[in-house]
Design a protein. Sequence first.
Length: 464
Amino acid sequence: MAFPVDLRRCRSLGLAGTAVLALGGETAGALPVRDLPAPASVQAALGLVGVYFGVVLLTAAWLLLGGLVRGPEPPTPRALLLVLAVWAAPLLLAPPLFSRDVYSYLAQGAMVHAHMDVYGQGPARLGGPLADEVAPVWRHTGAPYGPAFLAPAAALAGLTRGELPAGLLGMRLMALLGVALMAVTLPRLARHSGADPAAALWLGALNPLVLLHLVAGAHNDALMLGLLGLGLVAARGRRPAVGALLVTLAALIKAPAALGLLAVVALQVRSGRRPLPAFLTTAAAAAATTVAATAVAGTGYGWIAALDTSVSPRNWALTSLLGRATGALLSRLGSGLAPLAVPAWHLLGLTATAVAVLLTWLRLRPRPVYALGLSLLAVAVFGPAIRPWYVLWGLFLIAAAAPSTSVRHRVAALAGVLALAVLPSGGPAGLGQLVLAVSGGALGVVVLWQAHQASRVPVPGRTA
């Protein structure tokens, strides 16, 4: 007898995963400083085991759901949207998970609300409880985000008056809005690209990285991707200026989305418009949106100079790792070039990114959404800074426009691996924490295996 899989079981298994994950996060998540348990406490250990147990259950539910999506009677997009809502529900009131970035968002919003220079000064300048919650590595660095994010962050700061629970809930609701926009636009982009809408939703909105980092982590990448998707939907119709406006707003949250303007131009050309008018319309709309958003936010243009803020000294991006290894080798050899190793590798990475983006667009000009997805994935992989959720920049659009099932399988495998890459506290991993995390994941595998074995036991009076 085969392992019984249907939509209801997938929905229930994923719900169990996110519920256990949220419960474990109460003691092992990126908690406010005053609520942090002792690192060696029993509560923290059980919470860490529970989080990884939940991650394994969620990932298994997602993979099983992928089998249904590829089956002869796939679930409808509406049914998949319901699954997404059910899986996300336990995370709504959970503490921040897998990153402390949301505290940086709140502190930076409070700085803008207080008319402080958020680009020239770090949250330490703000002082007080909010600054204490920011990860130490970011307390003295400016914000790398544009006015389209800092304006609503400042409004939230004024609305919540620095109250941490209300601020965290507000940031999560903003992230949920972004995820909702992603989920709404994915089927439309998929139909336009000749892809399966259900498969696009499964890979682009229901995958564990979205739930763990965009919902539970409340990252502003969700709002960036939601606006980017909405802009591409508008651009492929008769509203190219609206599309350019929305894509520019996405870029004014996080800069990589600016590559979406290439897709806006390409979509207009594909619909029969001449290249020069398409370019001029897009450029004019982008410029006007940038000026207006900056004026409304009152932040100035300092975000342009602060774009390298996310490159922390111990970043584990490929070029950073190679740079540090090269620098260590040069130091051992007594070379004075050691300090140049990391900048040199970062420059090589940026060059590789530019080449990859150029080749992608030359080859895939007739498929602008897919070209944009591959370009954003190249930015995440070869750029000087990387986090697991950065992969979602490209994965979101690859899900909507992937030309084959094999491409989706490769991207899904990457998402599954990266779902296990960060501790729920968002901090560095010690040996003891790694052992607990592996134990929690192994426990999840054992429970799933036992369920599989139990399903194979024949029931009296029923044939297999």
